[in-house]
Write a protein that binds this ligand. Structure first.
Ligand code: AMP
Length: 122
């Protein structure tokens, strides 16, 4: 665990069962649930169960088993929700400039309509 990991972040509370979530997938290393404020008809958050803050923290410090489990789960969720044919967008907001609100690594899956252009400036 990174020394900077905030164990009181909302996803840590969900993982500990202190806050409910609308779960769509779970295995030994991964949890996925519907976003509470969806930006698309399908808006799923996929998180590792390990205490990783960001995509870089996860990709550098997680075990090979955790990294594999995360991306296998991502693919399984996309398959289970039949998202591949029409397409989807994956987003991992990171840090201040990336607009990350919850400091536990997560991947957004957005789908169900045209998500629109990727804006690099707002
Ligand atoms: P980010 O800005 O990438 O950190 O995204 C955090 C996401 O977590 C936002 O889309 C929120 O709507 C979502 N979120 C925050 N709290 C919850 C919760 N309790 N259950 C589900 N999603 C949540």
């Amino acid at each position: 665990m990174s020394i900077n990991y905030d164990i009181e972040n909302i996803f840590a509370k969900i993982l500990r069962g202190e806050v409910p979530c609308d779960k769509v997938y779970e295995d030994e290393h991964v949890l996925a649930f519907n976003d509470i404020a969806p930006h698309a008809p399908t808006h799923i958050l996929v998180i590792p169960k390990g205490k990783y803050i960001s995509a870089d923290d996860f990709s550098i410090n997680a075990s090979a088993e955790e990294v594999t489990a995360f991306f296998r789960a991502l693919g399984q969720i996309i398959k289970d929700h039949h998202l591949a044919q029409k397409g989807y967008r994956l987003i991992a907001n990171t840090g201040e400039h990336g607009g990350q609100e919850v400091p536990h690594f997560h991947m957004h899956i957005l789908a169900g309509e045209k998500i629109g252009p990727l804006r690099v400036k707002s």
